[in-house]
Design a protein around this ligand. Structure first.
Ligand code: HDE
Length: 763
């Protein structure tokens, strides 16, 4: 095959390219001047023919093509050369074209977000199910079937803008809904609780988790002294740490994670009745994460794994969807619930307050330009709409200040609301004016209200019927810096999360704590973490200590409050809520010369029928010759497409192909990794030798493809073959860790809190 070159393949290039001729005799001159023309160019034709001989590429517009211009719209004749005095002479200061281009380039960057810097966005819509008018007067929930435009930005928290996607981190799940009553920003995370109870601690948390100020590392990682030092001194973070050390922080992709509003909000109906709500997004694709060993390799193989996944899925029309639900509860529930509903380190299990679905979010359009949309989108938690209100969650108050303030810093002007991605899509008007980069052109004489102008000068007026009204909350009390007593139980829900996990998930959590704490160099910090964990679950703490090789478990810290009995909640586990099908996933198929063409075709059909994707991996990107003599090009080489990039793998190889691949270390790793990561593996009988060489034993997670490829896809629907996972054995989590201390029936959790029988301070 001939080597592809831009000029030979891209007609848009080859048509318009006119390279300055290096073969011209003048190319050899060392003169500082063009070869002296017989007379200076005079006609238009002569002037445009003046072109140097330096060999650079000129792509010139043909009639009807868009013309390159300056920012002011002036057409550019030559975009390749600065203005010089003679071809080798000094560049002149009057080259305004050059100055403008470089000036603009110098100002391309805006400050990245302090946290959540790395993110990826997409457009879509929210579709309302039934009217929720009984609950809220918010217009977005008024009419069944109505679609509201939406923009979503997913993110990591700790890493800088250029960090890798698959780090162990909380994911941001920020949604802007362009409703008919203004933009509603639901700025949530993929975890329903948070590290801290007071907004004032947020800068400390962000400083502690991000790179240390002296050495500026580690990047996008919590496995270091500063993070664990800080959280170990903040026992309120224990519940969130359990989530963070679980597979929740390693989502398979944005499409397979949940979202949560975290705080308790209010909804108000037209009669002014108010209820508390907590927001949940459930992925219709299912909930799925990867294993830590896999995540580490994915970051090397494809640091853009999550953003590429979203881009690819939307590009092929496989639009991801989430269902928005609310947990609705009233003051009475709030009073009885053992935890404070204003405390963002606590959740309300779905078993206690079931989800009420309100509608679905569909992402169906990638951005046209990353900067203009994903980078410039400015989410503000203060952006709510009539029919909703905040509660006194002390985190929320801090956030309502922080987001507006940070947008001014990032985007440089209070007029960031006028940017297309941020502007409301409903009619709007007010008397805010001027400021940097104001590009709205207000008309009329009135720029104040009240005013008595009318007619052409008519200005917007307030509307007591549809306008935003706060919930008339009674407030009284001393103005003090105190934390409510009901916030003090730091460990009960941490334990609840742990005992709600399957054995495999619990083992992964032990593994994650051991990994992170093994990176902590200061022994006292490790010990302090374990002191806190003992309060959540003694046996769990012991297993971590064993994993760290700690000879003695440190004394438990003094818990600020006795533990409350709470039952396990199945909805907190990923594995207990397996995906319903294999749709939207990706199979990697290793192929070799002589591989059976009908088997490959049948596999493709089965995978297509499931709504999944298939990528071919081979020794050479040019592909292989199948046994029907047809050449099949590969999507990836083995090195360029390691098995961590796929949800399941298959080998469709011939005997000779298996022999050749057996000699290839990358091919062996490809199989071993997939096996170790508990992936489903399809194989042809001819590939058995290759499996043997890789040293993997065929188990219940394997399917022979020779007869029926649909059986393999059925197997893939189950997700992973967890029986193969060695983590539980490594950390001695043979039996699930349970709550041996509490009476944990669902009713018990809502009843008056009972102090646990467990002693809270141990020597
Ligand atoms: Fe944020 N957070 N946050 N946060 N947060 C920001 O705003 C802040 C918190 C969340 O894709 C910043 O525009 C404070 C909880 C997401 O653009 C900043 C506190 C939750 C995003 C900020 C919190 C979040 C941010 C930085 C403690 C889950 C990305 C850039 C009171 C419910 C939004 C920016 C996007 C971003 C402040 C806690 C989610 C600095 C002070 C809890 C998803 O304003």
């Amino acid at each position: 095959m001939s080597k592809l070159t831009p000029t030979s393949t891209d007609p848009s290039l080859s048509d318009s390219v006119s390279p300055a001729r290096a073969s011209s005799p003048a190319a050899t001159t060392s003169s500082n001047e063009f070869p002296p023309p017989a007379r200076p160019p005079q006609t238009f034709q002569e002037r445009i023919a003046v072109i140097g001989t330096g060999g650079e590429t000129h792509q010139q517009a043909k009639p009807g093509d868009p013309v390159l211009t300056t920012a002011n719209g002036m057409p550019v004749a030559d975009g390749q050369n600065s203005l010089k005095v003679g071809p080798r002479g000094p560049v002149t200061l009057n080259d305004f074209q050059l100055r403008e281009k470089i000036f603009h380039f110098d100002h391309e960057r805006i400050p990245e977000r302090v946290v959540h810097a790395r993110g990826y966005g997409a457009h879509g819509y929210f579709e309302t199910y039934d009217s929720a008018a009984d609950l809220t007067s918010a217009d977005i929930f008024a009419r069944p079937g109505e679609r509201t435009p939406a923009f979503v930005r997913f993110s990591t928290v700790a890493g800088n803008k250029g960090s890798a996607d698959m780090v162990r981190d909380v994911r941001g799940f920020a949604v802007k809904l362009y409703t008919q009553q203004g933009n509603w920003d639901l700025v949530g995370n993929n975890i329903p609780v948070f590290f801290i109870q007071d907004a004032g601690k947020f800068p400390d948390l962000a400083h502690a988790v991000k790179a240390a100020p002296d050495r500026e590392f580690p990047q996008a990682a919590s496995a270091h002294d500063n993070f664990w030092d800080f959280v170990s001194l903040l026992p309120e973070s224990t519940h969130m740490l359990m989530w963070q050390m679980s597979d929740r922080t390693l989502p398979r992709s944005f499409r397979f994670m949940e979202g949560f509003g975290v705080h308790t909000f209010r909804m108000l109906n037209a009669q002014g009745d108010s209820q508390y709500v907590k927001f949940h997004w459930k992925p219709k694709q299912g909930l799925q994460s990867v294993m830590w060993a896999e995540a580490v390799r994915i970051n090397g193989a494809d640091p853009d794994f999550h953003r590429r996944d979203l881009w690819d899925a939307i590009s092929v029309g496989d639009y991801p969807e989430w269902e928005l639900s609310v947990q609705v509860f009233n003051e009475d529930f709030a009073d009885k619930y053992p935890f404070d509903i204003l405390d963002s380190t606590k959740l309300i299990p779905e078993e206690l307050v079931p989800l009420r679905p309100l509608g679905r979010l569909v992402l169906n359009r990638t951005v046209d330009n990353f900067f203009a949309e994903t980078e410039q989108v400015a989410f503000c938690t203060q952006n709510i709409v009539p029919g909703m209100d905040f509660t006194n969650d002390p985190l929320l108050a801090g956030r309502n200040f922080s987001y507006l303030d940070t947008q001014l810093k990032r985007l440089g002007s209070p007029n960031f609301t006028q940017l297309p991605i941020n502007a409301p899509k409903c009619p709007f008007g007010n008397f805010e004016q001027d400021g940097h980069m104001s590009y709205r052109v207000p008309t009329g004489r009135a720029n104040y209200e009240p005013n008595s102008w009318s007619g052409d000068a008519a200005a917007p007026r307030e509307d007591p019927t549809t306008g935003f009204r706060e919930f008339a909350q009674n407030e009284a009390g001393q103005q003090r810096r105190v934390r409510p007593e009901k916030f003090a139980d730091h460990f009960s829900q941490a334990r609840q999360f742990l005992v709600s996990q399957t054995v495999v998930e619990q083992a992964h959590m032990v593994d994650a704590f051991v990994f992170e704490l093994s990176k902590v160099e200061t022994l006292q910090i490790r010990e302090r973490v374990l002191s806190n964990l003992r309060n959540a679950h003694e046996e769990f703490a012991q297993k971590i200590a064993d994993g760290l090789g700690m000879t003695e478990l440190p004394a438990a810290s003094v818990a600020a409050a006795p533990l409350t009995p709470v039952p396990p909640s199945a909805s907190l586990s990923i594995i207990a809520n397996p995906p319903v099908n294999f749709s939207g996933r990706k199979v990697g198929v290793l192929i070799s010369d002589g591989a059976d063409a009908p088997t490959l075709a049948a596999l493709q059909t089965s995978v297509d029928a499931e709504g999944a994707a298939l990528e071919l991996v081979a020794l050479r990107i040019g592909g292989v010759q199948l046994n029907d003599t047809k050449t099949m090009a590969a999507h990836k080489t083995i090195a360029g497409g390691p098995s961590v990039l796929f949800d399941a793998i298959a080998l469709v190889v011939s005997k000779e192909g298996a022999a050749e691949l057996s000699l290839n270390a990358a091919a062996i790793d490809w199989i071993r990794d997939a096996h170790a990561h508990c992936k489903m593996i399809g194989y042809t009988t001819d590939g058995l030798d290759l499996l043997n060489t890789a040293g993997v034993a065929v188990d219940g997670g394997y399917a022979n493809l020779d007869e029926d490829t649909s059986l393999y896809v059925n197997l893939c629907r189950e997700g992973r073959f967890w029986e193969r996972d060695t983590t539980p054995a490594t950390y001695g989590v043979a039996e699930p860790l349970v709550d041996t201390d509490s009476d944990t029936t669902a009713e018990a959790a809502i009843a008056t809190p009972q102090p646990s029988k467990k002693k809270t301070a141990k020597k």
